[in-house]
Design a protein. Structure first.
Length: 329
């Protein structure tokens, strides 16, 4: 456990908002945990805060998206130009597409099947979760009552998380030599040095005997740029290998195994999208078991995501083989 990463609740929730955090960063984090590059620390407090706020954040994000203006009124001087009719038709199509997209996203959000949902749930499972017991609560209350950071007035959620972090140092699975805190709400820093852990908290770490380095980042992307600059390439190579494994599956067992390693909501390249669609059309060891639960679930998500790349003549095969009912377009 030489590298320990803690992300606050707002960082997880930022993957539903318009923010600097791209969902692809969660794929990177999952990859880094699996290959042993780092350990992720979560707490009961973070998990509870996430579930308390998830639906409201999604609601606000969709409300903002739905409220984005589209052209409705045009100057009279444009009347009579054919191009104006084209703009009106394009605007109408955008409005219809936006409404369709919102409907799909709302359904996936309710079913907890958004890409961020799947990845965050997996991260909570992969990470080390600290249980917030009475001793940690007492320490957090005392910290808050004395006015010590981190945290805001009237709330000691961050104080709870900080006490959880301290409880994991030097680390149950070996000494922590690098501690990374990903937070954008300013509770772990100061106005004087907004990109560094506050000197009070760093001083506390040293007094507790922590001898490693400590870093504060505003978002997960900045962390990866600094400490794992090649992880995007590693992740792309891994994803390509998994797609090819499914494409070349020689039997039903290997198809199920390949499906279990693939996330249908992953960020596939255009070439990988084509490969997946061709696999569904040409590999009998895949489409012959297309109605099996795991294969059906994987490919129906893929088909919906990349519906525009499916030729009409291939729809009957895909619908029958994978028991797929395309959403109305």
């Amino acid at each position: 456990m030489s590298k320990l990463v803690f992300m606050d609740t707002n960082t997880y929730l930022s993957f539903y908002r318009l923010s600097a955090n791209d969902v692809h960063e969660l794929h990177k984090l999952q990859h880094a945990i699996k290959d042993g590059s780092l350990s992720l620390l979560s707490t009961d407090q973070v998990v509870d805060e996430y579930w308390r706020n998830r639906q409201n954040v999604i609601y606000d994000a969709l409300k903002e998206f739905k409220g984005q203006p589209s052209w409705k009124l045009f100057p009279r001087l444009l009347t009579g130009y054919a191009e104006l009719d084209a703009i009106r038709e394009a605007t109408r199509k955008i409005d219809v597409a936006r409404a369709d997209l919102v409907e799909l996203v709302e359904a996936d959000a309710i079913a907890k099947k958004l890409e961020a949902d799947v990845l965050i749930s997996a991260l909570f499972e992969l990470g080390t979760k600290v249980t917030v017991d009475e001793s940690i609560l007492d320490l957090a209350r005392g910290r808050h009552e004395r006015g010590n950071p981190p945290g805001k007035s009237g709330s000691y959620g961050d104080a709870i998380n900080w006490e959880c972090i301290l409880s994991q140092l030097p680390g149950a699975d070996g000494p922590v030599t690098e501690l990374f805190i990903i937070s954008n709400d300013g509770d772990f820093s100061t106005k004087f040095q907004p990109n560094s852990l506050s000197e009070f908290l760093e001083r506390e770490l040293r007094e507790r005997g922590y001898a490693g380095t400590v870093h504060l980042y505003r978002n997960l992307g900045d962390y990866f740029k600094k400490h794992h600059p090649n992880i995007s390439l590693d992740l792309e190579q891994e994803l390509q290998s998994l797609v090819e494994k499914l494409r070349d599956s020689p039997n039903f067992a290997s198809t199920h195994l390949a499906i279990s390693d693939l996330d249908p909501r992953a960020t596939f390249s255009r070439a990988q999208q084509r490969t997946l669609l061709e696999t569904a059309l040409t590999n009998t060891q895949v489409y012959a078991i297309g109605t099996d639960e795991d294969v059906h679930e994987f490919f129906t998500v893929v088909f919906e995501r990349y519906r525009s790349g499916i030729d009409k003549e291939h729809l009957p095969h895909l619908m029958k083989s994978f028991d797929w009912s395309p959403s109305v377009k």
